[in-house]
Write a protein that binds this ligand. Structure first.
Ligand code: CP
Ligand code: NVA
Length: 317
């Protein structure tokens, strides 16, 4: 019997142990990009985009090609999907050509429908609900800063309780972090996700908290993290959001409340002067470009795990 097809639509689609193994493999690839050469040769990886992207678009294509897989870029408007072919039929057909499909979508349900036939591994390259590939790179960045054991570290996320915050809650709890999300009223993370993250944290020694007080969240934090106030697909809400998030800017005041060696992260793209002050993103605590660069080995490790379990085991040993 062949093993069932695995997906990575949200952080907890893999186990705590598998996340750790992905990070081990990713760190190895970060330090020696040639370590993955040719491991997926003969495979093709589809990269499907409904929305804009710089990091995910380029790092996933380069990750595939470094592994020896052929990357195939797919834009929704060029496919029969845009003319009414179903997601399920499209996935069944693509399974005959591809070893894996990564998708960046507006609606998370699109990924679930692509995954439903169970014939092709589907990876979330950002949906309205989660951004799990991003959080693998974030954890890799912390790991390269402090070593593998992230327990006892506090990550304070300040801003919109959105897709990135949801994945930080799940993936962070899986890594044993204490994750505190500070968001204004009406923009808190999904209650179901918070409860799931709390349940995970109870098994890993991590912790999860949600507050409306950005200063309180920043107190003694090891990591300060933020994301844009207006995510893709919400452009009509820009003005309302600018008002709602006015007290949630990652600025020098918040940095001063955190630990003296605090690391500042942002998934990017950033809007200097809006969700993050220019002197913070460009300052000595910022690791945002290392974090962006870590998207490449983190994605390569995850692709390898889903496409070739034996090669992945060897790389993560
Ligand atoms: N952080 C991130 O996913 O960036 P892109 O939107 O440029 O892919
Ligand atoms: N929350 C942002 C993340 C971009 C990488 C968005 O969804 O647009």
């Amino acid at each position: 019997m062949t093993a069932p097809v695995r997906h990575f639509l949200r952080d907890d689609d893999i186990t705590v142990e598998e996340q750790e193994a992905v990070l081990v493999a990713a760190e190895r690839l970060a330090r020696d990009p040639r370590a993955g050469a040719g491991l997926l040769s003969g495979t093709a990886i589809g990269l499907y985009f409904e929305k804009h992207s710089l990091r995910t678009r380029v790092s996933s294509e380069v990750a595939a090609s470094r592994l020896g897989a052929h990357p195939v870029q797919l834009r929704r408007e060029e496919l029969q999907l845009a003319r009414g072919e179903t997601l399920e039929d499209s996935a069944r057909v693509l399974a005959g050509y591809l070893g894996l499909l990564m998708g960046r979508v507006y609606d998370h349900a699109t990924l679930s429908a692509l995954a439903a036939p169970g014939t092709l591994p589907v990876v979330n390259g950002l949906s309205d609900r989660f951004h799990p590939l991003q959080v693998l790179a974030d954890l890799l960045t912390m790991r390269m800063e402090w070593g593998a054991d992230l327990r006892e570290r506090t990550l304070a996320y300040v801003g919109d309780g959105n897709n990135v915050a949801a994945s930080l809650l799940l993936g962070g709890a899986m890594a044993g972090l204490r994750v505190v999300v500070a968001a204004p009223s009406g923009y808190a993370p999904d209650g179901g996700v918070v409860a799931e993250a709390m349940a995970i944290a109870a098994t890993t020694g991590g912790d999860v908290a949600v507050t409306e007080d950005a200063s309180e969240a920043a107190d003694g934090a090891d990591v300060l993290y933020t994301d844009v106030w207006t995510s893709m697909g919400m452009e009509g809400e820009e003005e309302t959001r600018r008002d709602a998030f006015a007290g949630f800017r990652l600025d020098a005041g918040l940095v001063a409340r955190a630990r003296p060696d605090v690391v500042v992260l942002h998934c990017l793209p950033a809007h200097r002067g809006e969700e993050i002050a220019a002197d913070v993103i460009d300052g000595p605590h910022s690791r945002v470009f290392a974090q962006a660069h870590n998207r490449l080995p983190a994605t390569a490790a995850l692709f390898l795990m889903l496409c070739d379990a034996a090669a992945f085991r060897e790389l993560s040993a």
